[in-house]
Design a protein around this ligand. Structure first.
Ligand code: NAD
Length: 490
């Protein structure tokens, strides 16, 4: 067999290969090594070291896949992964400790605890937009919880996917953690297997494919999806700060290619021109007069996404609506930050998640109408509001349903590890980050301990009237009822 033939043979990853991989990992998981605190810590430390030792290579891979500015990679990919590692190292012992809980009079005498246990062998399927972070953050949760993991990174970020495979091979326990590179065929082969959990990040269409495959084996899924995250802008705010924060969340994070990127803005007709002016001023300060040349903006990931975004801009319904930007360079896959004002709600751009550098603004007569606009659509992954009006803020928090809400800023709630990160409805199901990542990959096993003492005959036949009264009182948890039944009090 020639070298080329053996190379081709090695690359075929079908259902059979997937099945033996899962079998192997299941066997290794069965050895019990992942259950120890020491093994988990060693793996988290290994990943932390991989991030520290390979910063330059990671920055280069993300530059190659997305032209991602190095600051964004260092802070929002490597930095966040490192801080997840550190959080786990600090808290893991506590998370792993069984939790003693109270029992009731109904089981007296007894004690009880909740014992966290790993689910088993899990699959993580990750996307291209934060190709390092969104691959490794769920893997970290899975390992911290003591699972064996297969990671399937995105083929649309090939440099990062290859690097992920290389780093995981070099730094982590290969008997437990594996990477399978590939696209639809490989993922399909993986999805045919029985997993103990599937953690998928990406679009809802594939989310449905994942969930359908999982249903066959009754496998639980955690779906991290997207949606149209709105930003409501009131007129009583510090406009300069608000504009900078909207820009930072929209264009400063991967040029709009973020799941929690502000998708569209709602403000009043009167205030819109002021908001547009402020956004223009700050955008020029951040990215200069020719943003297509700016090294501080990521490029569009692929030609398909470039064409999709161009189609949104070419829609007749938004013709003449561009008030800033609109420049494109197809060869370099670059689109400048673009603002569209007074966009009709039945336009293409309002019909799907934009996931790119276009920001439509919808105007309303009264800001309260924004809640109806938001609630008439699918539940988003995030919703933002800029206001100093306490009552309106409370109304927003109470009435808007989304994965997460953020008041007077955009996107940064994602780094608060004490908050769960995940969607609701069309934006996903389940959540992770911090302890929530550990919980996402953990079964909380309920354990009740009893001794042979206090074996009351009241639960056993024959069921006399006294026993029935006693059992009813026990179920109701009524101490007085129990005494009444025992002593025949009326
Ligand atoms: P993508 O194209 O990289 O796909 C995600 C994964 O699904 C990849 O690993 C890919 O190989 C796999 N996949 C693609 N087609 C498949 C198929 N037919 N069968 C099985 N697997 C398949 O990424 P994407 O979907 O373009 O990612 C963007 C979407 O993800 C946006 O909607 C965004 O909002 C969402 N997202 C959500 C989060 C979150 O944390 N909630 C984070 C990032 C992105």
């Amino acid at each position: 067999m020639s070298d080329e033939d053996s190379q081709t043979q090695k690359k075929v990853f079908d259902a059979e290969t997937a099945s033996s991989l899962v079998k192997e990992l299941r066997k290794n998981f069965g050895s019990g090594k992942t259950r120890s605190y020491e093994w988990r810590v060693s793996q988290v430390k290994a990943l932390l070291k991989a991030m520290t030792d390979n910063e330059e290579e990671i920055v280069d891979a993300l530059r190659s896949d997305l032209a991602k500015p190095s600051l964004e990679t260092v802070v929002y990919e490597i930095g966040v992964i490192k801080s997840s590692c550190e959080g786990i190292l600090k808290e893991l012992k506590h998370w792993m400790t069984p939790e003693k809980v109270k029992t009731s009079i109904r089981t007296y005498p007894s004690s009880a605890e909740i014992v966290p246990e790993p689910l088993g062998v899990v699959l993580v399927i990750s996307p291209w937009n934060y190709p390092m972070l969104l691959a490794l953050d769920p893997v970290l949760g899975a390992i911290a919880a003591g699972n064996a993991v297969v990671l399937k990174p995105s083929e649309i970020a090939p440099a990062t996917s290859s690097l992920l495979e290389k780093l995981i091979e070099k730094y982590m326990d290969q008997s437990i953690v594996r990477v399978v590179q590939g696209a639809v065929d490989e993922t399909t082969a993986l999805l045919q297997q029985k997993w103990d959990k599937i953690f998928y990040t990406g679009n809802g269409k594939v989310g449905r494919i994942v969930m359908t495959a999982a249903a066959k084996h009754l496998t639980p899924v955690l779906l991290e999806l997207g949606g149209k995250s709105p930003v409501v802008v009131d007129s009583n705010i510090n406009l300069k700060v608000a504009a900078r924060r909207i820009i930072s969340g929209k264009w400063g994070l991967n040029n709009g290619q973020s799941c929690i990127s502000p998708d569209y803005v709602i403000t009043t007709k009167d205030y819109a021109p002021k908001l547009v002016d402020a956004l223009k001023t700050e955008l020029q300060e951040f990215y200069g007069k020719n943003p297509l040349e700016s090294e501080d903006l990521s490029r569009i990931v692929s030609y398909n996404h470039f064409a999709r975004l161009s189609k949104l801009l070419n829609d007749d319904k938004v013709s003449g609506k561009i008030v800033y930007g609109g420049e494109k360079d197809e060869n370099k896959l670059r689109i400048a930050p673009t603002i569209l004002l007074d966009v009709p709600r039945d336009s293409l751009i309002m019909g799907e998640e934009i996931f790119g550098p276009l920001l439509p603004i919808i105007t309303v007569n009264e800001l309260e109408e924004s809640l109806d606009v938001i609630n008439s659509g699918d539940k988003a992954l995030a919703a933002y509001i800029f206001t100093t009006d306490k009552k309106f803020k409370e109304q927003f928090v109470k009435n808007v349903s989304a994965g997460g809400l953020l008041v007077n800023d955009t996107s940064i709630h994602v780094v608060v590890d004490t908050l769960p990160f995940g969607g609701v409805g069309e934006s996903g199901m389940g959540a992770y980050h911090g302890k929530f990542s550990f919980d996402a990959f953990t079964h909380k096993k309920a354990v009740l301990y009893r001794s042979f003492a206090g074996d009351s005959s009241s639960r056993y036949p024959p069921y006399t009237d006294t026993k029935q009264r006693l059992m009813k009182a026990l179920i109701a948890g009524s101490f007085l009822g129990i005494l009444r039944a025992l002593f025949g009090w009326s």
